[in-house]
Design a protein around this ligand. Sequence first.
Ligand SMILES: N=CN[C@@H](CCC(=O)O)C(=O)O
Ligand SMILES: [Zn+2]
Length: 408
Amino acid sequence: MQKVFINIGNLAQVRASESNILRGTLMADVPSIDNAWLKTKDGIIEDYGPMTELQEDSAYETIDLNGQMVTPTFVDSHTHLVFAADRDEEFVMKIKGMGYQEIAEAGGGILNSARRLQETPFNELLAGAKRRLEAAISTGTGAIEIKSGYGLTMEAEIKMLQVIAQLKQDFDIPIKSTFLGAHAFPTSDHDKYMDTLLQEMLPEIYSQKLADYIDCFCEKGYFNTDQMCHLLEAGEKYELKPKVHVNQFNAIGGVEKAIEFGAISVDHLEVLPDEEISLLKDSDTIPVGLPGCSFFLNIPFTPARKIIENGLPLVLASDFNPGSAPSFNMSTINSLAAIKMKLLPEEAFNATTHNAAYALELADEVGSITKGKRANFIVGKPGKNLNSISYNFGVDWIESVYINAKKV
Ligand SMILES: N=CN[C@@H](CCC(=O)O)C(=O)O
Ligand SMILES: [Zn+2]
């Protein structure tokens, strides 16, 4: 099936296939073509160019976009999209003054989600996850990572990962799955749970090929750096590269260790000492900020400007989960990045598209308008431009979303 989209007011994020992750000042540029056309074939971007150079071909179905903008879809590189229930009651506790860790100690938090998920049958979990993923796609997400970590028993972690595996089958966007059994200790016997993770869960997950990455919540009161190192070492044995939760509340050495293990990304980084910025500069590990979480929990925002000004690449993701970031809307992430992190709209957009694809090792498939990549793109409403994505906070600038060149 061949399609040509014509009269595109602005075709944004047009890049050659050999481009790299964007670092520092390069993040401020989003290459684009005004008054453009875009050809797709069998769901793949075939070619593009200015309208003045369009060659008519009757083999193509023509879609006239009447001057509207086209951008690639967002890549959401960090979510916890599979869960049993919202935690809105904790939200109210928070409004009344309780802190994230205090709520966890009162029976809320990750263990609350784990209890509920353990009781929820596979089909019910899958149905909820499908509804959320469909909604995320309709807000412009065209590739996503989803973590386990609300199971915390062998049976429930496998169930979560099997839900993600089923989503991979049922949806035609790229989905990466991450094993986050080390999200919280479900028992006071930490050594025993570490044994369960290392001796039971990891071998089973490996044999069923249920995960692409391994994660760990490295934080005071959760997993310490030694425990994270044991996990990442075992992950190496089972061919799982790390993408880890570090420095959300405290810097306890997780960044350095994650870099040593060749982590693809270090996510959260609300607390980021200068020495760790230097370590990141000497590594290929990508810093990922989660502004939805900072906004929702009222905690510091990842120092995104400082990361960029140090010549590093930056990725931003939703962290969509029922406890600390109950929104999957990547346009909102762009708005928070601009308003709270002082990023230019172009920097925020690069952090959620082109660069984000690298945080999921999907740069050859998504993240930009590039020949040979998937035709996953967004058509903006009339009059909207790249600035609108950050500027119109909470307002839907999206007219339609195309996945593999099909309107969803
Ligand atoms: N910080 C750790 N994990 C999640 C929150 C999980 C929860 O509160 O349920 C996060 O990334 O923010
Ligand atoms: Zn998270």
